[in-house]
Design a protein around this ligand. Sequence first.
Ligand SMILES: [Zn+2]
Length: 52
Amino acid sequence: MAKNRITTHLVCSECKERNYTQVVGKGRTIGTLKLKKFCSRCRKHHEHKETK
Ligand SMILES: [Zn+2]
């Protein structure tokens, strides 16, 4: 199968915990996405940044 998909992580901006993973298409720009999600380490909603 062709490798046209990559896995990215959503990292908590407070504690740097990788709380979420997602699979995206390869042509997409990584690192622009910011989402407010629940962090299991902080036990709070924090901004999560997309990284590889
Ligand atoms: Zn956190």
